[in-house]
Design a protein around this ligand. Structure first.
Ligand code: SF4
Ligand code: SF4
Length: 165
């Protein structure tokens, strides 16, 4: 399947929203036993043909949340105290999580590389979470992520073909 262009992705995802929501509602009620296996497979196949450096839409449009372990690791990398790092880059959001003060992410470089790639937050490493175990539990998050991530969009489209409910 061709990857949707980022500029048309929001509209495509919105057009599919009701269909996807119904599908995920059914998935939550009767997730197939091999779901983890299928998702792993779909995720690997899609990311084999995805070059995130040509996209970086996740880094441009949403930021990750930063866990305590993320903050400790990244501040150490910058030879800063965690509190200094927090004051310089983070704020607390309405769900009480540490998030970036602004997007696009401060650490995104002009060539779409991540300035802190080796120590980046766990949420960045795992995005768009399409290989997560018990995928049915993150249906609502995925509905949002397919508006941002062309790979996640394709994975969900393939998933609907592979697992008919
Ligand atoms: S994870 Fe998705 S949104 Fe982020 S750079 Fe890769 S394809 Fe783009
Ligand atoms: S920390 Fe790196 S991977 Fe994470 S959003 Fe920022 S630029 Fe992207």
């Amino acid at each position: 399947m061709l990857k949707p262009q980022v500029n048309e992705l929001q509209k495509l995802a919105k057009d599919k929203h009701n269909e996807n929501k119904k599908y995920f509602d059914k998935l939550k009620k009767k997730a197939p036993k091999n779901l983890d296996y299928v998702m792993q497979d779909l995720h690997e196949a899609e990311f084999k043909k995805t070059n995130c450096l040509e996209c970086a839409n996740c880094c441009k449009t949403t930021g990750p949340l930063f866990t305590t372990a993320d903050i400790e690791r990244i501040s150490k990398h910058f030879k800063q105290k965690p509190q200094q790092f927090i004051a310089q880059y983070l704020r607390i959001d309405e769900e009480n999580d540490y998030v970036l003060q602004s997007v696009p992410c401060t650490f995104l470089e002009a060539d779409n590389k991540c300035f802190i790639y080796d120590v980046r937050p766990k949420a960045c490493r795992e995005f768009p979470h399409t290989d997560r175990k018990k995928f049915q539990q993150i249906a609502n998050l995925t509905l949002k992520n397919i508006e941002i991530c062309p790979a996640a969009y394709n994975i969900v489209e393939e998933m609907k073909k592979r697992i008919s409910l």
